[in-house]
Design a protein around this ligand. Structure first.
Ligand code: ZN
Length: 277
């Protein structure tokens, strides 16, 4: 793990985490751009800091998702573990534990639109999500409890686009600047806030063998009775209304086609902040 500290405009203490997955170079590139962009801590008057973290250096170096085990399935981790990522996880938690807001950047094999993910909604999380240029946020509180956003307070993960794409870097940087403005860490322009549609994560959709087919796009309702995805082993027919796919992908993941989610409502901007058009 590499930690780079930069100064914040106000008193905010925020963290940006890139490179939890080594085959997602966008996060590291965004963190390094921010390191160039933001002032040294001793050049700012305030108490605030922006803590920039590059998480899994060996995996980034090798261009692989992980070296021993998937870091974002290994939280809260175990300092005594022989597995590199499981032992690294507690160090990352310790580096973000005292922060007012945490932003973890990911890319995926799935298609747009980009979206945010949280496990526990706090005022800080609401501020982060509604400041971002995303229309959807996944409430992953009922899914895995082994991700960074499920163990680190006030943390939001963001899927910024397709793995390896330039658009993912640009959208991710734009989102991260919006995050910094929302928490007062960057004062180049005022933050703007918009509501986001909340999708509750229900369950992962398993994948078997043979040629995979995915028939519906992310966040588009699957008609009652329609087949979301199929292969030689599975035919996933949806038997209730209101189900939407999240992270849907034919070839992106070895074991899942994606997730089922359900739209549960709207996340409004923090009180006192006016939503922009
Ligand atoms: Zn990732």
């Amino acid at each position: 793990m590499e930690i780079i500290e930069r100064g914040a405009a106000g008193s905010a203490r925020v963290a940006v985490v890139g490179g939890l997955h080594g085959d997602e170079p966008a996060g590291e590139r965004i963190v390094r751009r921010l390191a160039d962009l933001l002032p040294d801590p001793d050049e700012t008057a305030g108490e605030g800091i922006v803590r920039l973290i590059i998480a899994n250096e060996p995996a980034l170096e090798a261009g692989v998702r992980y070296t021993d085990t998937d870091l974002n399935r290994a939280f809260p981790g175990d300092t005594d573990s022989d597995e590199y990522e499981r032992a690294l996880a507690p160090e990352i938690v310790a580096a973000v534990d005292d922060m007012d807001a945490v932003f973890a950047i990911h890319t995926s094999h799935s298609v747009p639109p980009p979206f945010a993910i949280y496990s526990e909604l706090t005022d800080s999380v609401r501020r982060t999500v509604t400041a971002m240029p995303v229309d959807y946020v996944l409430d992953a509180g009922g899914l895995r409890s082994t991700t960074l956003d499920s163990v680190a307070p006030h943390s939001v993960s963001v899927e910024v686009g397709r793995q390896g794409s330039q658009q993912a870097v640009e959208f991710g940087l734009e989102s991260t600047l919006a995050f910094l403005r929302a928490h007062g860490a960057l004062d180049d322009e005022p933050p703007t806030f918009t509501p986001a549609t909340v999708v509750e994560g229900i369950e992962e959709v398993p994948k078997g063998g043979g040629e995979p087919h995915v028939n519906y796009a992310n966040f588009q309702e699957i008609p009652d009775g329609a087949v979301f995805a199929s292969d030689a082993e599975y035919t996933h027919r949806v038997d209730e209304p209101g189900i939407v796919p999240v992270l849907a992908s034919e070839h992106g993941y070895e074991e899942i086609f994606g997730l089922y989610g359900r739209i549960t409502g709207t996340l409004e901007p923090p009180s006192g902040e006016v939503a922009s058009e």
